[in-house]
Design a protein around this ligand. Structure first.
Ligand code: MLT
Length: 320
């Protein structure tokens, strides 16, 4: 029996439950809590002999980083999206990748709705105006959500959670998801449409819930915006890069898009870009999953999953 004591490196800032769960394991792994290391320093640390690496979205797990980690057996992504991990490189090196996809569903769905209300009722503009001493009752005309059509691009866990909430608001929900059969979309509360074009043609609100992959990068580009209804609201809480930001800005300026709620950006942080500072954009700094409850659940899920991987036990959320 091997006597090696596992070393697990926490490379991003994570909820303290990760450390607690890992340290409570009978194998007593050594937990190295070192968020924010620069890539070279992280590589050097991994080279010292790390068996498990846990990251959030800041750390990029590249092929070069994996090459620096000869003892690494598993990368845990504390969250859903794995676009910051080179999955092919991990596969080629026999390093497992696991994530925690179920823990943040409610938080992200609630934030999506928060952005939708904020855009539809111009909450951020109203708040900024009042704080600056303005009473802009007449100017701040909004739109109602009841009776409008929500178009979900992607009807996975989060899309389905948004669908349930939107139905409770009296919205009609349609969905497009090439990875699911029509019956699954119906079960998740969305009327299936044949393709993205059909969804864009009827949605008053378009909300994106797909990961960033080579197939989805720029999915909502100039052609997609040209198909949307005039006055549409666009929501992005999944991953930057799925919505083409130049195309969105052009559509805001032309008036085709009434407003947008964005939590994710092609480059993070984006800085005060024309899109972020646009008066009809409500922008938040990738906080959709940032609730006490969600982060605690993520921490517990990923710690258990990484321990299971190190033990060679069956995994709930194997990505690679
Ligand atoms: C995720 O992929 O789970 C989210 O983007 C949450 C995050 O890490 O901020």
């Amino acid at each position: 029996m091997s006597t090696t004591r596992w070393r697990v490196l926490l490379a991003d800032r994570l909820h303290p439950r990760v450390r607690e769960v890992l340290q409570a394991a009978p194998e007593k792994p050594l937990v190295l809590d070192e968020p924010g290391l620069a890539p070279d320093a992280l590589a050097a640390r991994l080279a010292e002999g790390v068996h498990g690496l846990i990251v959030r979205s800041r750390t990029r797990v590249t092929a070069a980083l994996l090459d620096a980690a000869p003892h690494l057996r598993v990368v845990g992504r504390a969250g859903v999206g794995v676009d910051n991990i080179d999955l092919d490189a991990a596969r080629a090196r026999g390093v497992g990748v696991v994530n925690a996809p179920a823990a943040t569903t409610d938080a992200v769905a609630e934030h999506t709705l928060a952005l939708l209300f904020a855009v539809a009722r111009r909450i951020a503009e109203a708040d900024a105006g009042l704080k600056a001493g303005r009473w802009e009752k007449k100017r701040l005309m909004g739109v109602e959500l009841a009776g409008r059509t929500l178009g979900l691009v992607g009807v996975g866990r989060i899309g389905a959670a948004v669908a349930r909430r939107a139905a409770a608001l009296g919205m009609r929900v349609v969905g497009y998801d090439p990875h699911l059969p029509p019956a699954a979309l119906r079960e998740r509360g969305a009327t299936p449409v044949e393709n993205l074009e059909a969804l864009l043609a009827q949605a008053d609100v378009v909300s994106v819930h797909v990961p960033l992959t080579p197939e989805t990068r720029g999915l909502l580009g100039p052609a997609a915006f040209a198909r949307m209804k005039k006055g549409v609201i666009v929501l992005g809480t999944a991953r930057g890069g799925v919505i083409d930001e130049d195309a969105l800005l052009a559509a805001l300026e032309s008036g085709r898009v009434r407003g947008a709620g964005l939590d994710v950006f092609a480059q993070e942080p984006p800085g005060p870009t024309p899109l972020v500072t646009h008066p009809r954009v409500v922008a938040t700094p990738h906080i959709a999953a940032q609730t006490e409850e969600a982060q605690r659940r993520v921490a517990e899920d990923i710690a258990h999953e990484v321990l299971a991987a190190l033990r060679g036990q069956p995994l709930r959320w194997r990505v690679v």
